[in-house]
Design a protein around this ligand. Structure first.
Ligand code: SF4
Length: 110
């Protein structure tokens, strides 16, 4: 995967879901929050939980690498991820995209 910055990560190993999913803040929470209508209060709740999640970066990276089509991943909605995926397709570096996408206030759900 040439667009992964192997010096700064995430590494391909880190994207392996059994490594990060056990520490996910959404474990045990209602899955429907992450798959609600994009502009709903449920989605805003999911995004706020993601903001505090210790594995947010790996979650979003995996969603981009595996082109997850639906739901909120890493606090980023599917519509927001499509923009990021287009940048990846254009050859942008995954690490740089993650840095920008996970910066405070980068994605605010209306
Ligand atoms: S960032 Fe959000 S969707 Fe991803 S593991 Fe954490 S709580 Fe779950």
């Amino acid at each position: 995967m040439p667009w992964i910055d192997h010096g700064r990560g995430p590494s391909v190993r880190e994207l392996d879901s059994p490594r990060w999913q056990p520490r996910a803040s959404c474990t045990g929470a209602g899955e429907w929050l992450w798959f609600a209508d994009a502009n709903s209060p449920l989605t805003r709740r999911a995004v706020s939980i993601c903001a505090q999640c210790p594995v947010r970066r790996a979650c979003l990276a995996a969603a981009l690498v595996y082109a997850e089509e639906f739901g909120v991943w890493g606090g980023v909605t599917s519509a927001q991820r499509r923009v990021l995926l287009n940048r990846l397709a254009d050859g942008s570096n995954l690490t740089a995209i993650l840095d920008e996408a996970l910066a405070p206030q980068a994605h605010e759900v209306a």
